[in-house]
Unconditional design. Structure first.
Lengths: 110, 115
């Protein structure tokens, strides 16, 4: 399984767009990229997944570099409720397991 | 909305005692998982199951057993609890379908303290 590297922490003000990067230099052709987030006292929550190019849903967008070694989660107009730990996960199609790293702690300031 | 319910939310146990953590999902998902989360370690997989009657070892299974008596229920059992098992435990259910790997749906966690 590919290892991911994320910044340990980020800060932003309410209303800003936040971009969280994730490096996965050894990603295999069979692996997908997932993002989850976790707020205190709750389990992780799925945000978005992608394989290549650009993916968008109602919560976030995900940009994946052409060589797939870097992905960026973009959160538009963050609010205080977006303060959480964001996890980037790379896993194989059909894998039984998601391996969570340490994630990125996003602090949102009013 | 997918639903995973864990019980109890909080548990205090004594060293050497038996602890059972329960998880129920109403998503009709085949796969279920138990993770523990400790500061500095992220989430670590203990056991998982791909259907009723099956259990598989995850990354840190020592000291834990699992039971999947039905599609909906998945239990984590600590036969002889130790203080090192003090942690927050998360259950999740997942489905494989469409493009990509699973999407997991997590419960709210059980905070276990072993004295």
């Amino acid at each position: 399984l590919a290892k991911t590297t994320q910044p340990p922490s980020m800060e932003a003000y309410e209303g800003q767009e936040v971009n969280v990067s994730c490096s996965h230099t050894n990603i295999a052709t069979s692996e997908y990229i997932y993002w989850y987030r976790q707020v205190p006292h709750q389990g992780p929550q799925f945000i978005i997944q992608g394989y290549k190019d650009y993916v968008v849903n109602e919560v976030a967008s995900l940009f994946i570099s052409a060589d797939r070694k870097l992905s960026t989660l973009s959160l538009p107009w963050v609010s205080l409720r977006d303060a959480a730990v964001y996890y980037c996960i790379v896993t194989d199609i059909g894998s039984w397991q998601l391996i969570f790293g340490s994630g990125t702690q996003l602090t949102v300031m009013p | 909305e997918a639903a995973v319910t864990q019980s109890p939310r909080n548990k205090v146990a004594v060293t050497g005692g038996k602890v059972t953590l329960s998880c129920n999902q109403t998503n009709n998902h085949n796969n279920m998982y138990w993770y523990r989360q400790d500061t500095g370690h992220g989430l670590r997989l203990i056991h998982y199951s791909y259907g009723a009657g099956s259990t598989e070892k995850g990354d840190i299974p020592d000291g834990y057993k699992a039971s999947r008596p039905s599609q909906e229920n998945f239990s984590l059992i600590l036969e002889l609890a130790t203080p090192s098992q003090t942690s927050v435990y998360f259950c999740a259910s997942g489905r494989t379908g469409g493009a990509g790997a699973e999407t997991l749906y997590f419960g709210s966690g059980t905070r276990l303290t072993v004295l």
